[in-house]
Write a protein that binds this ligand. Structure first.
Ligand code: FES
Ligand code: FES
Length: 158
């Protein structure tokens, strides 16, 4: 066991963790934040995407002990109470989800895309989504939602 301290969604949390524990399992089982999903645990689906020190990261690719001292942001931090983030609202309005299993990961990668590319083209969104799989939507509405959120965020900045 190794002591691991993380800042998770703005709160410092310290736990003793088995060295073999994946960060996603630490987040879900030890910290109880089950909004981050596991679709494969082999770095293929993106359901486990979180932000690690501000960068979208598949949390099944990282051991919890490797993340010691890091900042972690999960889907639970994205809405402001009952007020959805513009990207979440856009997923709702543009039908960017069906079963919803991929959605937390899609939102976290979407936020990272908008951080890096404030006004992304369709091609840029599709390219940056290639590590996140969705079995339901065919991606079209996810792309539309990210583009719509980019517009909303830009309008709010004016
Ligand atoms: Fe991490 Fe699928 S659960 S990429
Ligand atoms: Fe079902 Fe994406 S909405 S996997």
């Amino acid at each position: 066991m190794t002591q691991v301290t993380l800042n998770v969604n703005g709160k410092t949390v310290t736990r003793d963790v088995d060295d073999r524990t994946l960060l996603v399992e630490h987040i879900r089982r030890n910290l109880g934040l089950t909004g981050t999903h596991v679709g494969c645990d082999t770095t293929q689906c993106g359901a486990c995407t979180i932000h690690l020190n501000g960068v979208a990261t598949k949390s099944c690719t990282v051991l919890a002990v490797q993340a010691d001292g890091s900042e972690v942001r999960t889907i639970e931090s994205v809405a402001d109470g009952d007020i959805l983030h513009p990207l979440q609202q856009a997923f709702h309005e543009h039908h960017g989800l069906q079963c919803g299993y991929c959605t937390p990961g899609m939102i976290m990668i979407g936020l990272d895309i908008l951080r890096r590319i404030p006004n992304p083209s369709e091609a840029e969104i599709r390219h940056n989504l290639e590590g996140n799989l969705c079995r339901c939507t065919g991606y079209h509405n996810i792309v539309k939602a990210i583009q719509a959120a980019a517009q909303t965020i830009a309008e709010r900045r004016r």
